[in-house]
Design a protein. Structure first.
Length: 268
């Protein structure tokens, strides 16, 4: 586990992402989802671990603790980031909606929460790979904020298999895995769009030409996230899919090249 050595007690600029209103609003929207989402993922993996037969738990102990440690660190640092962007008049409408929806799976089979977590982790891994492949998206950012997003992306690649493997270990079916991915896809994309639009509206940049040209370029252009992520997203529905099949060295390379930005904590 790593502790990122950046200061988030200092104010964050209104258009901190290289002066780009759309990218700033979109990254801000994603960050707004992280504290609650990552707590849900932590709880899902902990409960999944507890549901394992006792003789299997020792094999999973270190991986579970590493997952929890990384996600707890991400939750904390994005909470600090969110407190700064709220100073710009932004309102997190995503979290209350998500909190109400998550109540629907409280007390259900642990595999449902793990399937939801695995689907979300797949989305996050796709985003992380895209960002690590296109770091120029963060050109013009303050170094501390560029470090925040690339560090988070690099660590996501390290634990993207945990919830998926736990779901499989508990006998989770391919059918339910597909069902939850369909649901998560609809909910995640809708919530991201709603929160990004609301951020832009409150920022006063919703109807500016530059906002929408940036959105089209970064989402649907030749190097756009949605365009490049469609095939890897669709692969999740294959019966033989495993997150490790979509792997590159970008995460390990970034972490190896940026050791001055963090300190190691514990053994994860």
């Amino acid at each position: 586990m790593r502790r990122l050595l950046i200061d988030l007690e200092q104010p964050v600029g209104r258009h901190w992402c290289g002066g780009d209103a759309f990218l700033t609003a979109w990254f801000n929207a994603l960050s707004m989802s992280f504290p609650l989402g990552e707590q849900f993922f932590i709880d899902a993996v902990r409960n999944g671990f507890k549901a394992l037969p006792a003789d299997q738990q020792p094999r999973w102990q270190a991986e579970m603790q590493g997952f929890v440690g990384q996600e707890a660190t991400h939750r904390r640092i994005h909470s600090l980031f969110n407190a700064q962007i709220e100073q710009h008049g932004l309102v997190n409408a995503w979290e209350p909606r998500a909190r109400e929806r998550l109540k629907l799976v409280e007390g259900s089979d642990a595999r449902h929460a793990l399937a939801i977590t695995a689907a979300n982790e797949h989305f996050t891994a796709l985003f992380a790979e895209w960002l690590l492949s296109h770091t120029e998206v963060l050109d013009g950012c303050e170094p501390r904020l560029k470090a925040l997003w690339l560090w988070h992306s690099a660590e996501e690649s390290e634990h993207k298999c945990t919830a998926f493997d736990l779901y499989q270990a508990l006998g989770g079916s391919h059918s339910w895995r597909k069902t939850w991915m369909r649901r998560v896809t609809l909910i995640f994309l809708t919530d991201t769009l709603r929160q990004t639009v609301d951020n832009l509206r409150r920022d006063g940049t919703l109807w500016q030409w530059g906002t929408w040209s940036s959105a089209v370029r970064h989402m649907m252009g030749s190097k756009g996230l949605l365009r490049l992520s469609f095939q890897p997203w669709r692969a999740y529905f294959r019966p033989d899919f495993h997150p490790s099949q979509q792997h590159s060295n970008l995460s390990a390379e970034w972490l190896a090249q940026n050791t001055a930005l963090f300190t190691r904590v514990g053994t994860a």
